[in-house]
Design a protein around this ligand. Structure first.
Ligand code: FAD
Length: 289
């Protein structure tokens, strides 16, 4: 079993929960300086692994691979990989590049049509993430993870439909799942309960978004379809200033993280957004660092 999968299964046999962080490949040199600085800081918290996102349509392929390569020599790194608009051959080539870069696992996701390629999904050879799971299994020995959606994927009818898809992905070889951002423990618990009832046994790692910049997080919530509880929403928008909103948001995030761990989550995957301060606070205050 790979180190990442072993770590994610640790809690179910009485071990401690995992700590991990998600980063994205920056667009320019200044962004790389910020990323590397944040990565250095967060590495001091001894995360079990980190992950690096990948642009839909392969828009940031080289930058994503470069970040994976630079991180992999210092900590187990999962490379996200999307398949929207891609051919099987080009996808296999990226998987080979990831392997050469020393990646420790792949998060196989579909991606969405990029704004400048509105028909990419129809044109690509791989239409669904499960096809990417299968391709990654055939092309490498890397452990493959998938996305999960506590409040259902926007294109799905309901969580039950998503759970059926999770089971199909597990049957295709997926070894773990990481969730979309969400703001209530009940969403995660309901997803896990439904998944277990449907025979999904792989660890489902909650993704936790620190509410450090309330405006940004509210926008991301809207884009991803995550519900912001109305009392949290009201408190954030009526805060006297940005600092006050940050305090409300961060206290909420820490509480959510603690609740998720109490509910039995295998760990927390903190969306660091290439910043270290908020992610460090969450990791420390939930007791994972
Ligand atoms: P799929 O599994 O293909 O699902 C898409 C839709 O099709 C869902 O509604 C699903 O229920 C349905 N479906 C799938 N298979 C079947 C089936 N066999 N039968 C019936 N219905 C089916 N995007 C990026 O561009 N880059 C990233 O790095 C990135 N990282 C992410 C990380 C996480 C943890 C998450 C949760 C999402 C991430 N995304 C990323 C966003 C992701 O690309 C989108 O959410 C995308 O719309 C769905 O991806 P998916 O892998 O769930 O797709």
């Amino acid at each position: 079993m790979s180190a990442i999968v072993e770590a994610l299964n640790r809690r179910s046999s009485g071990g401690k929960p995992t700590l991990s962080f998600e980063f994205f490949p920056p667009k320019d040199d200044a962004g790389f300086v910020t990323l590397n600085d944040s990565f250095d800081h967060l590495l001091k918290l001894s995360p079990d692994f980190v992950s690096v996102t990948y642009g839909a349509g392969g828009s940031n392929r080289e930058r994503s691979i470069a970040v994976v390569e630079s991180f992999s020599s210092r900590v187990a790194t999962i490379g996200h990989l999307t398949c929207v608009g891609a051919t099987r051959q080009s996808t296999q080539a990226v998987i080979a590049q990831f392997e050469q870069a020393g990646v420790a696992g792949i998060l196989a996701i579909r991606g969405d049509n990029p704004a400048d390629q509105p028909d990419a999904l129809n044109q690509g050879e791989l239409k669904r993430a499960v096809e990417l799971v299968t391709l990654a299994q055939e092309s490498s020995s890397l452990p493959v993870g998938v996305a999960a959606f506590p409040e259902k994927h926007p294109e799905s009818v309901d969580v039950a439909a998503d759970v059926r898809v999770l089971k199909i992905k597990q049957d295709a070889g997926a070894k773990f799942a990481v969730t979309q951002l969400f703001f209530a423990t009940s969403h995660y618990v309901e997803l896990v309960d439904a998944a277990r009832a449907a025979g999904v046994t792989m660890p489902i790692l909650p993704g936790l978004m620190p509410i450090a910049n309330a405006k940004n997080v509210l926008r991301m919530a809207q884009l991803s379809g995550a519900t912001v509880p109305s009392d949290l929403h009201d408190r954030l928008i009526s805060a006297t200033d940005e600092d006050a909103a940050r305090e409300i948001g961060m206290a909420y995030t820490v509480q959510l993280g603690r609740e998720l761990l109490s509910a039995g989550a295998p760990g927390l995957h903190i969306f660091a957004l290439n910043q270290s301060k908020a992610a460090t606070r969450v990791a420390q205050e939930v007791g994972l660092a």
